[in-house]
Write a protein that binds this ligand. Structure first.
Ligand code: PEP
Ligand code: MG
Length: 756
């Protein structure tokens, strides 16, 4: 069939369906008529509509062609039979010979054994499968792409009936039946620690599309064109604004939208759906539903991330079509303290919300490496991810408790729980005020041992914490975070601009830039990479940098440019042998020579160091220390490699304690070797931000610790209440102990009034 003819056919049937929908009769009667129209239009002997009911069952609600007595009798589980597979995957299926498919489930009451070919599509609404629409033929018919598309478009109309509540009650379509106003406790995964209470704000409240079938295709195309133009210029305008706070991350991400917003493939598919008879809004939704179903099958988290960007863009387009703001981000009626609930979202969208009122984030999807999680950590708000069906269970305005520490979300908590959470928040708030009070005081033990406390950072939004927390500098700037938020490699100029801003904001305080620690599980969306069996030990960090020296050269060039006339500290991650450090340092020398040759201005001082995080390097320490300007111990990786326990796998990550003799001995050896070589050394793993871990490190000889912003106050409180001598005496008594020393260290702290 010609594409134009397909579109005309689709429009014709949509109009007929619209008339049925607008006419009189019960929902069941309308459904009965609709399946007849579809069967005739598609020249199929059978057209059946299955609707999802409680318990994840798909019930045959209407059929043309199957035995009438099967209606309301035939039921399949989601995942059972071909209909169940369509529902489970939310993807269309077209088979010329359905009965030979391994998932075919024969139901004798239907009499379907005489039909060979089958084409089915999910009935989708807001990303949820409400049912399945199927046509069947006696012959072994090959359904075309156009026919599948047409059936998908028709399924949008059926979604209206399915969601209307006239066939099955909306409560039945909610997963997990029950009264939605009762307190509900949901579990997820921890994406950021912390505790918050707030009223639920639903990110992208479900768009209800009132009109599905276009009255006038030409006029709809015109509306679509105008909305696209309006959206594109709104994005351009946003980009042109110079007063966006912390514009760094915004700009990068908005650039992405601009690219997406001009994506011809996407816009073309929407226009095609309008030509098929849908209104512009319905067409945007159709294309989004389709893309979502397709991308959700992908296992690559970065592909899924693209979906988040596309969803955001589709919503922006909807808002231009309807003239209504889709997100509540800019609405003045946001509650004073709110918890944002979303399926998933892009990082820029999170930054759209008023940060003072945003207390927590709950996601149906999300992973620790997701961009939104990276930004939420920088904002220091608790985040719980992978909370199944939270959007279906929560209503806007519900009170929500987000417990990031235990990865739990409570909707509509009872009075007892609410009071307990409020008390915990008050205690933390009191502590914060206490920490703020001594932010300008030195981190010094009671007996005068001075400890340098630095910040781990990676985004511009981290930088205000330098002042807020009273840090002495940035001990670790993870440059990869900025790369992860983008859709393409930043140019040298873009990188230099960011690094310069970091140095500007740090002022006299030293900043240690780490070169890219990408690869493994931190793949950049725009860099091709292979899935690896064992990514933490794979092609990662300096290994990529040395294999792709252009990338490293560009980054080093940007560092040098940014630090013109200032101090530059560069650190290389995941160095496993001295030769790697030397090779990386050579690249740095090359870049410095290049600037010299051109008569450029160099940094006033250049220090090159390594992250000590791969055990092999421990046996090269004396030689290494002769060559580096400093080292920083990365306990996150070092401990995972020492125990052979994946730090990202909750099952094993918490099995081994860094406060155990093996780790503490290694760390003591490092401190001794560095002190003997008079080489500056620091520690920047999570251990430094745990007051008990920091206490042990001070006892082992560490004087420079770098940590996440929120840990700084707690660690300083610990340091200022510690008596170093008695800690050393105590540690001496522990030699020969086996197993975790956490309990003993904890008891020491309690007995000696150390604030932990
Ligand atoms: C570490 O490994 O301890 C470290 C600080 O680096 P990252 O957590 O970025 O791997
Ligand atoms: Mg590391």
């Amino acid at each position: 069939m010609e594409p134009g003819a397909a579109a005309a056919g689709s429009r014709r049937v949509l109009r007929r369906l619209r008339d049925v929908m607008a006419g009189s009769g019960t929902a069941q009667q309308k459904l009965d008529t609709i399946v007849r129209i579809i069967a005739a239009d598609m020249v199929a002997e059978v057209c059946s509509c299955y609707i999802r009911r409680a318990g994840d069952l798909l019930e045959l609600f209407a059929t043309e062609g199957l035995r009438p007595e099967a209606v309301h009798r035939t039921r399949l589980r989601v995942g059972e039979g071909l209909v169940g597979v369509i529902a489970a995957t939310a993807r269309p299926l077209a088979l010329a010979e359905a009965q030979s498919h391994p998932d075919f489930a024969y139901r004798p009451e239907t009499g379907e054994e005489v039909y060979h070919s089958l084409m089915g599509v999910p009935i989708l609404r807001g990303g949820r499968v409400l049912g399945v629409l199927v046509v069947q033929n006696r012959t072994q018919r090959h359904y075309s792409e156009d026919e599948i598309e047409a059936l998908q478009t028709i399924a949008m109309v059926l979604a209206e009936i399915a969601a209307s509540g006239d066939l099955v009650s909306p409560a039945e379509q909610q997963p997990g039946e029950g009264n939605v106003t009762l307190p509900t406790r949901l579990e997820g995964i921890r994406l950021n620690t912390g505790l918050a209470i707030g009223q639920a704000v639903l990110h992208q409240p479900r768009v209800t599309i009132r009109r599905i079938v276009a009255e006038d295709v030409g006029a709809e195309l015109e509306r679509l064109r105008n909305a696209i133009a309006a959206m594109q210029s709104a994005i351009d305008e946003l980009l042109a604004q110079t007063d966006i706070p912390d514009s760094g991350e915004h700009l990068d991400v908005l650039e992405t939208y601009r690219m997406f917003a001009a994506d011809r493939g996407w816009l073309q598919r929407i226009a095609d759906a309008v030509r098929g008879g849908l209104t512009a809004e319905a067409a945007v939704q159709r294309v989004l539903d389709d893309t979502r179903a397709r991308l959700l099958q992908a296992t690559d988290p970065y592909i899924k991330e693209r979906l988040t960007d596309l969803e955001d863009l589709a919503n922006r387009l909807q808002s231009h079509l309807t003239g209504k703001p889709i997100t509540a981000a800019r609405a003045s009626e946001l509650p004073d303290e709110f918890v944002l609930i979303a399926r998933n979202m892009g990082p820029a969208e999170l930054l759209d919300y008023d940060r003072r009122r945003l207390k927590g984030l709950v996601l149906e999807e999300g992973s620790p490496g997701a961009h939104v999680a990276v930004v939420a950590r920088a904002l220091d708000i608790p985040v719980v991810g992978r909370v199944k069906d939270v959007l279906l269970r929560v209503e806007a305005g519900d009170v929500v408790v987000v417990d990031g520490d235990d990865a739990i979300v409570v909707l509509r908590p009872g009075e007892d729980l609410l009071q307990a959470a409020q008390a915990r928040i008050r205690i933390r708030q009191g502590q914060r005020e206490q920490y703020a009070a001594f932010k300008d005081l030195p981190a010094e033990t009671k007996d005068g041992v001075r400890i340098e406390l630095n910040l781990n950072a990676g985004l511009l939004i981290d930088l205000p914490y330098l002042d807020e927390a009273g840090a002495e500098g940035i001990g670790l700037f993870r440059t990869e975070l900025q790369f992860m938020l983008r859709e393409d490699f930043p140019t040298v100029a873009q990188q230099a601009m960011l690094y310069r801003r970091v140095l500007d904001q740090a002022g006299d305080r030293p900043v240690t830039f780490r070169t890219l620690d990408i690869g493994g599980d931190k793949l950049l969306p725009y860099m091709e990479g292979e899935r690896e069996e064992n990514p933490a030990m794979g092609w990662r960090a300096v290994r990529i940098a040395l294999d792709r020296p252009a990338l490293l050269r560009q980054q080093l060039r940007a560092f040098i440019r940014a630090a013109t006339g200032r101090r530059l500290r560069v650190m290389f991650p995941l160095i496993a042998e001295i030769a790697e450090f030397e090779a990386a340092r050579e690249v740095l020398e090359l870049e410095l020579a290049r600037v010299r040759k051109r008569g450029g201005v160099l940094p006033t001082m250049i220090e090159a160091g390594v992250m000590l995080e791969v055990p092999s390097l421990l046996w090269e320490l004396p030689e290494l220390l002769k060559r580096v300007d400093f080292i920083s111990v990365g306990t996150n990786d070092l401990v995972q490699f020492l125990f052979a326990a994946d730090r990202g796998n909750a099952r094993v990550a918490e099995r081994y304690d860094y406060l155990s003799p093996a780790v503490l001995r290694v760390l003591a050896d490092i401190a001794r070797a560095c002190a003997a070589a008079a080489k500056p050394f620091a520690l920047c793993g999570e251990m430094a931000g745990d007051p008990l871990g920091a206490m042990a490190l001070i006892g082992l000889g560490y004087r420079n610790l770098s940590m996440a912003p929120r840990s700084l106050g707690r660690v300083k409180a610990m340091v200022r209440s510690l008596d170093y001598r008695s800690l050393c005496d105590f540690l001496a008594t522990l030699s020969g102990h086996t197993g975790s020393l956490r309990g003993s260290l904890h008891d020491f702290a309690q007995d000696h009034g150390v604030a932990i």
